[in-house]
Write a protein that binds this ligand. Structure first.
Ligand SMILES: [Mg+2]
Length: 440
């Protein structure tokens, strides 16, 4: 593991470091620092004007310092002159409490205090569009049922192979790539890891995918619903909890009793799942963070026949029509998050909700072994997911336990900036309202 960035630069002939942090909207912001200056920067951090960091600061705030975490450094496979390194945000000697990577680090420590080490894998779906972003890049990718389309994935082989080769070189253990359920949509999977590592890899994957797509004359997007009527970009998370040594999966059981035991999920796994279920409506404010996110969940049936996105807070066994799927012993899949999710806040909110569940021995509720798309009307008593971003923000604001576990400073800052975003959206005059109101 790298500890000295100057030595890393020397050994790998790195000319510049991209010192990168993630803001509250999930955007990555960086300074490009020449290798000659990295030793001081590793010590002191790169300076940013607080107001422009989108971490809810004013123009009067002092410099925000992004201090690189050398263990996260990656030499860009497509431009070896440059190395990317994730940074922790510090101001006047203190961690910036609301900075997403700090929120996650604090929650990882809290979980560790209770003997839990959360490991996750994510499935970051994306579309390849034309550079302007208004059409699917492949004009022949028009099949009504495009999932796993062999011909279409091969027409984008140059892009997919290049990204997969890079992941192989980086040691991420990629194991499969496919054309997904929407025209122009792809998914690439790599091995699960500790929550912070997965968050760093998720951030880098987005940066890498966008960069490689640009190199080939395309535009990659993780937008939750970039094309009306087609399946959206999910970012499903597979979650398991291990002992501190990372050897024993404490979610796994072979007892085989009770509604989660039958599926191979221990009592601790059941309570962690219970926390996710209990806080689902509120945590959607994090996992589905944009106006556009709500066009993916709660969506009408797509052209392929299924949205693959949930609309109700339910869980089940190996069945993809629910919010949570328990596909096999010792883990479960949260199918709620979408491509706009902040990589650090995704992991943080999973841990926060799960911890809350373990602390209160939360019951995940009834297991529904039904096809939710066909038989969802039979479900009684399960909450519906928020219908829009404002509903989600209000649900988050009402959920005191989740807000506190995520951190008061974080929650206040996040709600403030996201409400401003909602206000900006509703003040936007749309063609829809003209069409529906002009002749009233
Ligand atoms: Mg998928």
């Amino acid at each position: 593991m790298t500890t000295d960035l100057a030595a890393f630069a020397k050994k790998n002939d790195v000319k510049y470091f991209m010192i990168s942090f993630t803001d509250l909207f999930g955007g990555q912001r960086a300074k490009l620092v020449p290798a000659q200056a990295i030793a001081d920067m590793q010590e002191d951090g790169a300076g940013f004007a607080g107001f422009a960091t989108w971490l809810d600061m004013t123009p009067a705030h002092p410099d925000m310092l992004a201090v690189p975490d050398p263990s996260s450094v990656i030499q860009l496979p497509w431009n070896p002159d440059v190395a990317w390194v994730a940074a922790n945000c510090v101001m006047e000697g203190q961690d910036v409490a609301q900075a997403p990577r700090n929120v996650l680090r604090r929650l990882i420590d809290e979980a560790a205090g209770e003997g839990m080490r959360v490991k996750t894998g994510i499935e970051a779906e994306f579309f390849l569009l034309t550079p302007e972003g208004d059409e699917i890049s492949d004009p022949f990718d028009t099949a009504a049922k495009p999932c796993y389309d062999q011909q279409a994935v091969m027409r984008r082989y140059d892009v997919i192979r290049e990204i997969c080769d890079y992941m192989l070189d980086l040691g991420w253990g990629p194991y499969q790539n496919d054309h997904e359920d929407a025209n122009g949509q792809f998914e690439m999977n790599w091995e699960f890891d500790d929550a912070l590592r997965t968050a760093d890899k998720h951030s880098f994957f987005k940066f890498m995918t966008k960069s490689v797509a640009e190199k080939h004359g395309f535009r990659a997007t993780f937008m939750p619903k970039p094309v009306e009527g087609l399946t959206g970009n999910g970012c499903h998370a597979h979650i398991s909890v291990w002992d501190q040594a990372g050897r024993k999966n404490v979610f796994a059981t072979d007892k085989g009793t009770g509604p989660t035991g039958e599926l191979g999920l221990s009592d601790k796994g059941r309570a962690f799942l219970g926390g996710i279920m209990k806080h689902a409506s509120a945590l959607a404010a994090i996992t589905n963070p944009t106006v556009n996110s709500y066009k993916r969940i709660n969506a009408p049936r797509t052209m392929s026949g299924a949205t693959w996105a949930p609309n109700t807070v339910t869980w089940t066994g190996n069945n993809r029509t629910h919010m949570v799927r328990v596909p096999g012993p010792g883990r479960f899949e949260l199918r709620l998050p979408d491509g706009a999710v902040n990589p650090y806040l995704l992991q943080a909110v999973i841990i926060a909700a799960g911890l809350s569940g373990v602390r209160s021995d939360a019951d995940p509720g009834k297991r529904w072994d039904i096809d939710m798309y066909a038989e969802g009307h039979k479900v009684r008593g399960a909450p519906k997911l928020p219908l829009n971003m404002l509903d989600a923000l209000r649900a988050y604001d009402r959920d005191k336990a989740l807000k506190t576990t995520m951190g008061e400073e974080f929650s206040a800052a996040y709600l403030k900036l996201k409400r401003q975003e909602w206000d900006s959206f509703v003040s936007h005059f749309s063609q829809w309202e003209k069409e529906h109101t002009l002749d009233i």
